[in-house]
Design a protein around this ligand. Structure first.
Ligand SMILES: C[S@@+](CC[C@H](N)C(=O)[O-])C[C@H]1O[C@@H](n2cnc3c(N)ncnc32)[C@H](O)[C@@H]1O
Length: 270
């Protein structure tokens, strides 16, 4: 079970930040507690394991939980986009066979790094939709993708184009017609966590850690005209269990991308 969630402000407030906190509390259907100069742990019943969505005076959002702060940042997508701009390959995009104009359904948006790279690759003529089942993460990341300002204008453009939907991917996939996206992507929480990936640590208590099901993969194959891609630990048995026979990466990296060619509209043969 997830910890309780409350919405509040930083110590410094203005009418806009209070209004935004009230609006977040309505969207998330959790209580708004005015800060009134109190420490966070004084805002909830003593001993309760609670997280706080905190709205700053500059209208930035962060989730604070047990001393960890989770906020939106383009993170590794910046480095990956720089490498792409220098002409280097990105293994996720290779597995996706992502081309300008493609539509990508990112079923596990998380903090949005992979979606930003995909959005950069498919460009303004493409489309990226990101699904996130945890409401507070969807809210923080949707806000960040719309408002974060990077020095690299291409990253800003890629972020702004991503559509964020708070939904469970299996439920959502079931509503989609056949062949309605070119690429469907899954990056579920790894079955065996990579301890080196510390940026995910504060998230663990809040994220949906359910394994990917065969039913969801079958739905994704029905929906994708080109490929279904899954990221996992390179030695993971999930690739074999779920029928991902083609693998990119993993030789010199703890991460690999498995893909299924759906064969309904492959633009470039392997
Ligand atoms: C490993 S993280 C994804 C990281 C992401 N690829 C990135 O670049 O930041 C997995 C995310 O998928 C979400 N998730 C897991 N199961 C889901 C489901 N059934 N529907 C929608 N989102 C889900 C989790 O809550 C978590 O935020």
């Amino acid at each position: 079970m997830s910890p309780s969630l409350y919405v509040t402000n930083t110590h410094k407030i203005n009418p806009e930040s209070v209004a935004m906190a009230e609006s977040c509390s309505k969207v998330l259907k959790v209580p708004f507690i005015p800060r009134n100069k109190r420490p966070l742990n004084a805002l909830c019943p003593e001993g309760e394991e609670a997280g706080f969505l905190v709205v700053s005076k500059n209208l930035e959002l962060s989730l604070i939980y047990k001393g960890f702060e989770l906020f939106f940042h383009p993170s590794m997508s910046k480095v990956r986009i720089k490498a792409l701009q220098k002409g280097q390959n990105d293994p996720m995009l290779t597995a996706m066979d992502a081309c300008p104009g493609d539509s990508v359904l990112d079923c596990t948006l998380g903090l949005g790094s992979d979606a930003i790279v995909a959005s950069f690759a498919v460009g303004a003529s493409g489309r990226v939709v990101g699904l996130e089942s945890v409401p507070v993460i969807a809210l923080i990341v949707r806000h960040g993708l719309q408002h974060y300002r990077d020095k690299n204008e291409k990253i800003n453009e890629a972020m702004r184009r991503i559509e964020v939907i708070n939904a469970d991917y299996l439920n959502y996939l079931k509503t989609l017609p056949d062949n309605s996206f070119d690429i469907v992507y899954f990056d579920p929480m790894f079955r065996k966590p990579l301890h080196k990936s510390s940026s995910m640590e504060p998230l663990r208590r809040w994220v949906n850690g359910d394994p990917l099901s065969m039913e969801a993969v079958n739905e994704a194959v029905r929906v994708a005209t080109k490929r279904v891609v899954m990221k996992e630990g390179s030695s993971s048995g999930e690739f074999a269990r779920l029928g991902f026979k083609n693998i990119v990466g993993g030789k010199h990296s703890p991460i690999a991308f498995g893909f299924i060619i759906t064969g309904k509209g492959e633009k470039a043969a392997l």
